[in-house]
Design a protein around this ligand. Sequence first.
Ligand SMILES: Nc1ncnc2c1ncn2[C@@H]1O[C@H](COP(=O)(O)OP(=O)(O)OP(=O)(O)O)[C@@H](O)[C@H]1O
Ligand SMILES: [Mg+2]
Length: 501
Amino acid sequence: MALLEMAGVSKAFPGVLALDSVSFSVDRGEIRALMGENGAGKSTLIKVLTGVYASGSGTVLLDGVSIAPRSPAHAQELGVSTVYQEVNLVPNLSVAENVCLGYEPRTFGKINWRKVNERARRAMSRLNIDIDVTRSLTDFSTAVQQLVAIARAVDREAKVLVLDEPTSSLDKIEVERLFTLMRKLRGDGMAIVFVTHFLEQVYSVADSVTVLRNGVKVGDWAVTELPRQKLVAQMLGRDLDEVPHVDHREAIGTDVLVTVESLGRKNAMEPISFDVRRGETLGLSGLLGSGRTETMKMLSGANPADSGVISVSGIGTRGSRLRPRSPRDSIRLGIGLCPEDRKSEGVCPGLSVSENLLLVLQARRGWLRVIRKKQADKIVSEQIERLRITTPDTRRPIENLSGGNQQKVLLCRWLVAEPTLLLLDEPTRGIDVGNKLEIRKLITDLAKKGMSFVFSSAELEEVVNTCDRVVVLRDRRKVGELKGAEVTEQNVMARIAEGEA
Ligand SMILES: Nc1ncnc2c1ncn2[C@@H]1O[C@H](COP(=O)(O)OP(=O)(O)OP(=O)(O)O)[C@@H](O)[C@H]1O
Ligand SMILES: [Mg+2]
């Protein structure tokens, strides 16, 4: 019998049967990938397993004993340790406090801070991350925060480790470090459940795969028995369309839309210069911490630059050349940012799907000119269809959507506001393979119609196949720019590696 056995698990939400009598198992020393489109039920299965939701029906056996976790803490006590998709940490506490929260080493009943820090340092170093663990979590990037959540889960003595999209903001190097750790834990006999949308990761680390589609289990396979194409077909219930390819036009439009001149921020980003043409998708590529998000945030005014200036052509002479000091400044120039961290900077919890989607459009029109209901409904239903957002009702709170579907709403939020330049920081984070291609097609189509984009992704393949030109960053400065036929994965990698201008 497998170490963990779930049988006949169902879970219904108003209007959705998220899990329909699903069975799922994972054994000692096994890494099982849990796969499926956005909204297929992966996170729900995990939340039932770990006591976030009471299941509607079904049984969970751990080591042959029936368990019914009442909460994640209870699941933890029973031996199931979890990293949730929406990282659940406390921003204002230090890294060390987050790693040890609820399990702080104590001496005579008092928290022993030296030990807390020591233990956190050790947990992080298992992932090869060397940071000052006494600093506040908010000082670090989304990726580091994700690694802290992983370190926290791994630090617990667990029989089962559950990882829901742990790699969504990590780059290749960190992913490899995590995999090394996962393989070691597997060797120690741990059962690992791994949710990811990256197919190559499944083939590199998992032993077996379970696929869900629309809340129903499609099947279980050993990785070696399931070729990529078949895996995709099982997830989508159809074959995947051809991958769109950018024909890296030698002559990209000469019509310069935005000129960025020496935009910099002390201790964060060396002054950087580049331009964006009309109808172009400009890529930002670089490893984690290379300055991609920093560049986006300077352009969007979210983290204002302290040197340099940007000019936008074609919107009159006044105000078209400035250094944005706030998002409002940038929005006035027609520049919008779809941020990488959807939980803390993107989604407005408590507001409905439709309110979230219309937020920017409404803000641009001014709050006094409320969008009429009929028009709003039309816009929302068009977008829902265009990006295949799965939701039973757009008046429901956005938190009820699956992670990938929330991400799609954030993207639509800006698309409907039709900015001149849209900054997309990891726009396909958490999006499944099929929808990823749809989004890529959408960006390419909009660019053809004259909209401009700056596109950043940790996935090199995606940058190379979406962008006309690519600016390469390394150690918080620009180290190269590739255009036309030069835009290849090899060239980008080479620039990152050599780091010369
Ligand atoms: N708290 C909730 N309230 C209402 N509906 C929910 C809730 N949580 C999930 N759902 C619905 O259940 C279905 C499954 O969602 P789930 O989050 O499990 O998908 P997922 O496979 O993890 O997708 P993703 O890849 O986007 O993370 C979706 O239709 C979602 O809208
Ligand atoms: Mg999910």
